[in-house]
Design a protein around this ligand. Structure first.
Ligand code: SAH
Length: 435
């Protein structure tokens, strides 16, 4: 039923979001909720720095977010009104539905492979996958007998439970020990679903990869240009107040500062996410060898921004060095770096703004269909409000970018036949022609 209205979401209208906080950079530390810095990660990092010296920002961020015992993502449900931030798939079902149409459209354009793996990196509460799977069910006649499976890469045991509940009604079995597939089951729509900690454990085969607000959570290194050349920014103990952490600029080059800065770099300060680069290389390699595509959606820039490392707690800006493990840490994704790291293995499209992508995917007509079938005034208001949040340039419309990797064969024929001026025949990156 193409008019299904999913009423599980109702974000409060006054919720503050990460991108609005960013614009309000004048927000002073004194207005930030101060937390006792007594988290176990804080103590662990203080002893580590005391023993072996300052640590990189990447190590700090990795410990704070994914420490297996006390990391932020490992032990929290951070999404939604009661959490620390809210994301597009949580705001409106239309977002996931349009991405579902994109997945099917790319599967068709790539030749309707007999097997089709839907892979999501960092699925949060599972809302995006849930909306996509509903579209797959609605497009059963298009997908035919295709052998479809769902694969989730998730580091957080707690969030994997939310995902299992949302996608399967908890029809899953946790697997023992350190097996690559740590949970598996059947979705509400009858498809096999598996959970992994690492991309390399996903079976090979035609796959569409999705990463929504995933790359911004991957640790970055920070570098400062100095008179002596590039130096890495490190995290150290503040000598004035030994329980506190502070940033310092390393006196001498580190391994990271000698290998991660591009020769033609002209910024004064840069953030580099080598782990994100490795992940994108793995995606590119699989897409080149097994076929498929990837869609990466995040707040990002094309190699122009400098200092974007931020913390969020309870929808408020939060000092990144306070209470590690208790607040979200994030940095804008450098899409130019990801593009470089794909090498020549795949075709890259974008970045294109969320507004353009969703408009190209037909968000306006989708909204009209839902409104036509909805008579409850508050639900109608909610639909219109969330539509505005997604595409308004002042809200998420321009801040979020869509970037795609495609198998090189996907556009080869098109490039051979047509002049470069014709719109790309890839949904979302040009106006969608449903004929
Ligand atoms: N995509 C969701 C959630 C975004 S939050 C949404 O947009 O609503 C980031 C997600 O990535 C969480 O599910 C978090 O647990 C997961 N994550 C963070 N670092 C990860 C890593 N290194 N490996 C796998 N998953 C990770």
């Amino acid at each position: 039923n193409n008019t299904t209205l999913n009423t599980k979401r109702s974000p409060p209208i006054l919720i503050l979001m990460r991108w609005t906080m960013w614009q309000n950079r004048s927000c002073s530390n004194s207005s930030i909720q101060r937390l006792e810095s007594n988290s176990s990660i804080h103590k662990h990092l203080i002893s580590k720095i005391t023993a072996t010296g300052p640590i990189s920002v990447a190590e700090y961020m990795r410990e704070a977010l994914t420490n297996p015992v006390a990391g932020y993502y490992v032990k929290n449900d951070m999404l939604g009104a009661g959490g620390d931030f809210i994301t597009s798939p949580e705001i409106s079902q239309i977002f996931g539905e349009l991405l579902g149409v994109w997945c099917v459209s790319e599967w068709m354009a790539a030749g309707k492979s007999n097997t089709f793996q839907l892979v999501e990196l960092g699925p949060g509460r599972g809302s995006l996958a849930s909306d996509i799977l509903r579209v797959f069910s609605q497009l059963k006649t298009v997908l035919g007998e295709t052998d479809i499976s769902v694969h989730l890469v998730e580091v957080s045991p707690k969030l994997s439970q939310f995902q299992a509940e949302c996608l399967t009604g908890d029809n899953t079995q946790p697997n023992d020990g350190d097996q690559p597939v740590y949970r598996s089951g059947t979705t509400r729509t009858g498809l096999p679903i598996s959970w992994y900690r690492r991309i390399e454990d996903i079976p090979r085969g035609f796959s569409v990869f999705l990463a929504h607000e995933f790359f911004d959570a991957i640790p970055i290194h920070k570098f400062q240009r100095t008179e002596k050349g590039w130096r890495e920014v490190m995290v150290d103990i503040d000598p004035e107040s030994p329980g506190k952490l502070r940033f310092v600029v390393s006196h001498s080059p580190t391994l990271a500062s000698s290998i991660l800065i591009q020769k033609d770099e002209n910024r004064q300060h840069v953030e580099v996410c080598p782990e994100g680069g490795v992940i994108v290389q793995k995606l590119a390699n699989r897409i080149a060898e097994d076929g498929g595509a990837a869609l990466i959606v995040d707040y990002g820039h094309d190699g122009t921004k400098t200092d974007t490392f931020r913390g969020f707690k309870g929808h408020q800006l939060h000092n990144v060095l306070e209470a590690p493990g208790m607040a979200d840490l994030t940095a804008d994704v450098d899409i130019s770096y990801l593009r470089k790291m794909t090498g020549n293995e795949v075709t890259c499209l974008g970045p294109i703004t969320q507004r353009s992508f969703l408009k190209n995917m037909g968000i306006d007509s989708r909204l009209q269909v839902l409104l036509r079938n909805c008579h409850d005034p508050s639900t109608r208001a909610q639909l219109i409000h969330s539509y505005d949040m997604l595409i308004n340039p002042e809200k998420m419309g321009h801040r979020f970018q869509f970037f795609s990797l495609l198998n090189r064969g996907r556009l080869a024929q098109y490039r051979g036949m047509q002049k470069n001026t014709a719109p790309l025949p890839v949904a979302g990156f040009a106006e969608l022609d449903m004929q």
